[in-house]
Design a protein around this ligand. Structure first.
Ligand code: PEP
Ligand code: MG
Length: 540
């Protein structure tokens, strides 16, 4: 048995095979082939395999996220059977006597450029799809398997570290837990593990090596320990621990439908944070009163190109409809820093966390921002959507945002497209500047939501991504607590409401203090909703 200690990200025990995350490194080269018939049939076989994979994905998505979202996998199947697409590949193989990989990659580039240049927003959206399906065929042709796409049974995913974009693409039904060599507990990957309700340990170091691929392992997410090839005694102890944990969770079930109210009658809203529509099930299952933070940038991270207005509209509408009138706070694009997307073409920066990110991108590239705002204002017709802006540092930014919103609304009106005129607007309080000018900001917006993850990083000058600094990263620091208090006083003085959507909102040691500050809402990962409700109900 090998025992490795790391840092816990999410409690719970999971037992299963270790599976190392593999990154595909395919280099597509143009090579000459003598037998073009053979090459064409090699392509056809790969294409058939891809179609079968997509059929499986469709069935799975149908169960997990409903027909509307599963549709994309049907569209992908149709694209692979499209005659123009197939003819182009066959033609390149036969006339240029080249390998199938090169023919697929060239066709994918040509077709995606053609779609992207079309006027119709729907067709533009197909540009990313054609690339996506072609990548699938290329993976098969090159014999690489990216991530854990081909995993047959649920496993514990092991990796050096996982980027948020890699984590969101994992098939969640097959992930028992995460175990990584590096990573910080405040990173977005750690946040995703919490949202997905998956036991996770990070910072396990080099002892976690690929030679353990396929070995039986146990994650004890309470102590931050990974056991590889556990002995009988440890295995049975861990099985008992898991049972106990499940029992505790069953007990919490009894709190469903109950109010978030203290013994003396003070009420507070408890909402959930999500990154994706597939998290909606967990939100409803855990009885959250609304969604306090929808990290919309994950929509961008999952795509290979800018999500179109229609794609975004469909997602926001689905979230609004599923929440059936409960509040859904959607945060506009917060890309940059650790959340990198190739197609944004962002430059490498010395200090990305202090760099070109979030609202700064939206205000300098308004075409991206406007597409998102149009989708949001249109989707707001279908439910109780509020919009929130990240990384705000000045009142002038709010004025600029409002001017863009006015333009977007005027455009929708002129085109006769239905939208909601009055949408609640809020800002994230996650920079010290926003705290210091919170009184002025509160005059401009309906609500604040404190992003304690970034507020801690910017106030304490500690990079939240740097695992070496985890021991210094102290969100309980009096400076942070005073800032939250100050923002709450400013909000209430100007008739706005205030919540916390950073990880600190789920810190049960501080619940009482947050209630004393008079916070109106706490938004936490879905699995923390019921433990938080329990804690609130125990408070005086
Ligand atoms: C935060 O900074 O606290 C926050 C909620 O936003 P994110 O973690 O996505 O940066
Ligand atoms: Mg933030």
């Amino acid at each position: 048995m090998v025992t490795i200690s790391g840092k816990s990200v999410f409690g719970g025990v999971s037992i299963g095979k270790l599976m190392f995350y593999k990154r595909s490194e395919k280099v597509i080269k143009r090579t000459h082939v003598d037998n073009v018939d053979e090459e064409w049939s090699r392509f056809q076989k790969a294409k058939d395999t891809a179609v079968n994979q997509l059929k499986g994905l469709y069935e799975k998505a149908l169960e997990d996220v409903g027909e509307a979202n599963a549709m994309i996998f049907e569209i992908h199947q149709m694209m692979l059977e499209d005659l123009d697409y197939l003819e182009s590949i066959e033609n390149i193989i036969r006339t240029q006597e080249v390998n199938a990989e090169f023919a697929v990659a060239t066709t994918a580039d040509n077709f995606s450029q053609m779609f992207a240049a079309m006027d119709d927003a729907y067709m533009q959206g197909r540009a990313a799809d054609v690339k996506d399906v072609s990548e699938r065929v290329l993976d098969i042709l090159c014999g690489v398997s990216n991530g854990i796409k081909e995993m047959e049974e649920p496993c514990i995913i092991a990796a050096d570290d996982l980027a948020p974009s890699e984590t969101v693409q994992l098939d969640k039904s097959k992930v028992l837990g995460f175990a990584t060599m590096y990573g910080s507990s405040n990173s977005h990957t750690a946040i995703l593990a919490r949202t997905m309700n998956i036991p996770a340990v990070i910072g396990l170091g080099d002892t976690l090596s690929e030679k353990y691929d396929g070995s039986l392992a146990v994650i004890d997410g309470f102590t931050g320990t990974l056991y590889i090839d556990p002995d009988e005694e440890t295995l049975s102890e861990m099985k008992k621990k898991r049972e106990k944990d499940l029992e505790q969770k069953a007990l919490l079930e009894q709190l469903k439908g109950k109010e978030n109210v203290t013994k003396s009658g003070q009420k507070i809203n408890v909402y959930a944070n999500i990154g994706n529509v597939s998290d909606l099930g967990a939100v409803l299952k855990n009885d959250a009163g609304g969604i306090g933070l929808f990290r919309s940038e994950f929509l961008y991270l999952e795509n290979t190109d800018f999500p179109t207005e229609e794609q975004q509209f469909a997602v926001y509408k689905q979230v609004a409809e599923s929440m059936a009138g409960k509040k859904v706070i959607i945060r506009t694009l917060d890309i940059g820093a650790d959340k990198q997307v190739d197609y944004f073409g962002l430059d490498k920066e010395e200090n990305p966390a202090l760099g070109y990110r979030a609202i700064r991108i939206c205000l300098t590239r308004p075409e991206i921002f406007k597409t998102q705002l149009r989708a949001l204002y249109r989707a707001a017709v279908y439910g109780n959507i509020s919009i929130m802006f990240p990384m705000i540092i000045s009142v002038d930014e709010i004025h600029q945002i409002k001017a863009i919103i006015a333009e977007v609304k005027a455009g929708l009106k002129e085109e006769g497209i239905p939208y909601r005129d009055e949408v609640e607007l809020g800002v994230m309080i996650e920079t010290p500047a926003s705290v210091m000018i919170s009184r002025e900001l509160a005059k401009e917006v309906d609500f604040f939501s404190v992003g304690t993850n970034d507020l801690t990083q910017y106030t304490l000058a500690i990079d939240r991504q740097n695992s070496k600094l985890d021991r210094f990263y102290d969100p309980h620091h009096p400076a942070i607590l005073s800032m939250i208090k100050m923002a709450a006083e400013s909000a209430h003085a100007e008739g706005a409401w205030i919540g916390i959507c950073g990880e600190l909102g789920a810190d049960l040691e501080l619940t009482e203090e947050f209630l004393k500050m008079g916070l109106d809402e706490l938004s936490v990962s879905p699995a923390m909703v019921l433990p938080l409700r329990k804690r609130i109900r125990e408070c005086e």
